[in-house]
Design a protein. Structure first.
Lengths: 234, 244
């Protein structure tokens, strides 16, 4: 927005009606116990990603409160700060620090990270020479090493090959046993069914169902087959 | 934060044959060019004109480059703002730090060149790091303002371009502070860049430490700017993720 547009907007607003208010999220309420994981489902534009952003403290809610015990690792996008001209190791260091790992620990964790990503042969290769799948594997390996208690995952699992995906799920199961929480946004209902015990179905920014994942999924499927309620946003 | 600055700095010289050497060669080249121009082509009433200008340009370039780059520290790193939470002031600070490193390296070129041009440097020159540090705080304060405002109004970067060009002539870089008409001198002297330049020249050429007047203006103006910068940044940052 330029200053001119801003001024124009102010003038226009005083004569014409101001634009419609839209609450991306409204009356969302859920709680999780330690070790539980939550699958968030709903059609596009229903507010799933916004919910994760609010939880990640990237966006501030205009109203309402979030209470959580423990640290949060948002995996909303893999490889933030990655740069093609830096080597795999250099990139890992930058991304690790962004994810909240202290520098001293990054040195110690570098080995396991590269190993988990399966990139031992390429640790001094420039990132741009790696395939996109490999880059994502690297990003994921760093993100799950960040010693957080709550992981926010946005569709990121659906990339990478089968083998790597299994490896990640295995690691997440282990996290659950350690009492960590995983909040997963996905359209792959089977994944949520098998992985999360709790499910949250949101539509138009509002909770349609919260409970055991099977129930939330069923409620979503019912809406898909019978048609969504025609609630007016506002 | 240090890691981010390190990354910025490393990237600047990747894919070039001489790499890091450029960070020394580049200032050397431009300083030599200027020295030739000012020593042989332009004649000024100021004695030993080349060192006089070089000193001021060192201070000015740090300010100009660092603030101009800070404009894009937030706008240019959307995923650092919208995908993870790190204190946003650190994003600006790391951009400034990368420039601090570059400018500190310029000192390695500047000081020998001054000596070569016949300037007698004494212990007073050891005060230079303090000057650089004060300038760094000034840059940080202004960068906070620029980076956050530029996100809301992209015009800010254009406006800042003009301010920088104007600032070059409103600061005593190619001329002496005393050549300003007396009635404007008070207003003129409040410019923190003017004070920093004059203080550095004093150290290098008159063998004197920055006086109480210089220091009090520097602290006052920079402190004030820092408060304003932090307040504006704090106020605007709630909306960062939505603007990007």
């Amino acid at each position: 927005m330029t200053i001119l547009e801003h001024v124009a907007g102010l003038v226009a607003a005083s004569e014409a009606r101001s634009y419609e208010e839209l609450w991306a999220l409204k009356s969302i309420r859920f709680n999780l116990e330690r070790g539980e994981s939550l699958g968030v489902i709903g059609p596009n534009g229903s507010g799933k990603s916004t919910l994760l952003k609010v939880l990640a403290r990237v966006m501030k809610p205009d109203k309402g409160a979030i209470r959580c015990k423990g640290t949060i690792a948002p995996i909303l996008e893999l490889g933030i700060g990655f740069h093609g001209d830096l080597t795999v190791k250099e990139n890992a260091k930058v991304y690790g620090v962004i994810m909240g790992l202290p520098r001293s620990q990054m040195k110690r964790l570098m080995g396991p990270i590269i190993q988990f990503a399966g990139l031992e042969k390429f640790e001094d290769t420039k990132l741009k020479h790696l395939s996109s799948g490999m880059q994502i594997r690297l990003g994921f390996s760093i993100a799950i090493e960040s010693a957080a208690d709550i992981f926010l995952v946005d569709e990121a699992l659906t990339v990478g090959d089968m083998e790597f995906r299994e490896k990640c799920l295995e690691r997440f199961r282990q996290f659950k046993k350690e009492g960590k929480n995983i909040i997963l946004v996905s359209h792959t209902l089977d994944l949520i069914r098998s992985f999360c015990e709790m499910g949250l179905y949101i539509y138009n920014g509002e909770t349609r169902a919260f409970g055991p994942s099977e129930e939330a999924i069923q409620s979503y499927l019912d809406d898909v087959s019978k048609g969504f309620p025609s609630t007016v946003r506002g | 934060m240090v890691v981010l600055a390190e990354k910025d700095f490393k990237l600047r010289y990747r894919n070039s044959v001489l790499g890091f050497v450029w960070s020394l060669l580049n200032p050397l080249a431009y300083m030599v060019i200027l020295t030739v121009v000012f020593s042989f082509l332009l004649h000024s009433s100021v004695p030993n004109y080349a060192p006089f200008v070089l000193t001021a340009l060192f201070i000015w370039r740090f300010f100009q480059i660092a603030t101009s780059q800070s404009l894009y520290s937030i706008v240019g790193n959307p995923s650092l703002v919208t995908r993870v939470y790190i204190p946003r002031t650190l994003i600006v600070l790391s951009s400034n730090l990368a420039n601090l490193l570059g400018s500190s390296l310029e000192v390695i070129v500047l000081l020998p060149l001054l000596i070569l041009l016949g300037v007698h440097l004494e212990v007073h020159a050891l005060f230079l790091p303090a000057i650089i540090l004060m300038e760094f705080v000034l840059i940080f304060a202004i960068s906070l303002l620029l980076a956050s405002l530029n996100l809301k109004y992209r015009d800010v970067s254009q406006i800042w371009d003009i301010v920088i060009q104007l600032g070059f002539f409103l600061s005593p870089i190619v001329y002496d502070e005393n050549s300003i008409p007396t009635r404007y001198q008070f207003l003129y002297s409040l410019n923190p860049i003017t004070r920093l330049i004059e203080a550095t020249r004093g150290m290098f050429f008159q063998q004197e430490l920055p006086g109480a007047r210089d220091l009090s203006i520097i602290f006052l103006v920079i402190g004030l700017l820092l408060l304003v910068g932090l307040a504006v940044f704090q106020h605007l940052q709630a909306g960062f993720a939505e603007e990007l």
